[in-house]
Design a protein. Structure first.
Length: 317
């Protein structure tokens, strides 16, 4: 995954469009490649376009990449490298096409150069496509943030890190207060808009090294590296207060803005317990915050199990 937070890079819808565009462009390239290889094998007359100096622009892929494409693709760091690989591949293909057109035999060296350049090109395209595909796989489609699958992977990585470094890390469970009332009053489309708005608020206001994930429903899990639960309480209290000051506008003609409140539970990501157990501790603390009146932050505390008193031994008869 990219180091920049996903929601700042790409939306779920845009990632789907990127993948579809690249798939279509790749189909065009494969069609050209099949025709070109057939020409080499059958020694048939090359296509006039393959003989031209600007053959890379005349190809289906060239027309696509030079036309109106998704801005994300054009801004991608790999895009310029992709164009260079495409030009180099068509330069090698043009050499082969002109050789066949003149009735001369194709040398193994020139054919190998073409194959290698084509492989570099498809690898470059594949890198951009893989990024969009991974985004679709690892991203919550509604909010555009990382999903539960990514959450467990990242928390496990952080768990291993704190085992080695002894640095603290806190995990928090966030639950929107009275969210069911939003759905019941304004409809599920309004609930979706609230979830999107909360995700964007977290993205804009969390510290740059903190991470958050869609856990399910109206729940989010936050990971706060190098942060003790006591310090995390201050961070999340600030977020909690700020959330109430950012009403979320609902879709529709009526100008309705909802003030959203949330309850938080915090627990340490303890090297001595599993990640799942740490999440359960944060969840318990969040429910304690709910029970205490909602719209607050609670830190999980370990409670000692009470040992039942021993029964007195029966007197011997």
């Amino acid at each position: 995954m990219a180091k920049i937070r996903p929601a700042a890079l790409l939306t779920f819808t845009a990632a789907g469009e990127v993948k579809r565009e690249i798939d279509e462009a790749l189909r065009g390239h494969r069609n050209w490649l099949n025709r070109f290889n057939a020409m080499l094998v059958c020694r048939s007359r090359p296509s006039p376009g393959d003989l031209k100096k600007n053959s890379h622009l005349r190809s289906e892929f060239g027309k696509w990449s030079g036309g109106k494409i998704n801005p994300y693709i054009r801004r991608h760091p790999q895009f310029k490298a992709l164009g260079a690989c495409h030009r180099e591949m068509h330069k090698a293909a043009r050499r082969l096409a002109r050789t066949v057109d003149k009735g001369r035999p194709v040398t193994p060296k020139h054919y190998r150069l073409f194959v290698e350049s084509e492989e570099r090109f498809t690898d470059s395209v594949g890198a951009v496509r893989a990024e969009a595909r991974e985004f679709l796989h690892y991203t919550d489609p509604l909010t555009g943030i990382a999903n539960r699958y990514v959450m467990m992977h990242r928390l496990e990585q952080e768990h291993e890190r704190i085992k080695r470094s002894s640095q603290p890390c806190s995990v928090a469970m966030m639950d929107l207060d009275r969210f069911k009332k939003v759905n019941d009053t304004y409809g599920h489309h309004a609930g979706d808009r609230v979830l999107q708005g909360v995700a964007q608020y977290l993205l804009d206001n969390l510290r740059r090294y903190d991470r958050f994930y869609r856990y399910g429903g109206e729940e989010f899990v936050l990971m706060l590296p190098n942060t003790t639960p006591a310090k995390a309480k201050g961070v999340l209290d600030r977020l909690r207060r700020g959330l109430k000051l950012h009403p979320i506008p609902l879709p529709g003609a009526e100008a309705i803005k909802l003030t959203i409140r949330a309850s938080f539970g915090i627990a340490p990501l303890d090297p001595a317990v599993t990640v799942k157990r740490a999440i359960k501790h944060a969840d318990s603390a969040m429910y304690a915050a709910k029970a205490a009146g909602r719209d607050r932050v609670h830190v999980w505390t370990k409670t000692k199990k009470r040992t039942p008193p021993r029964r007195p031994a029966k007197a011997k008869a």
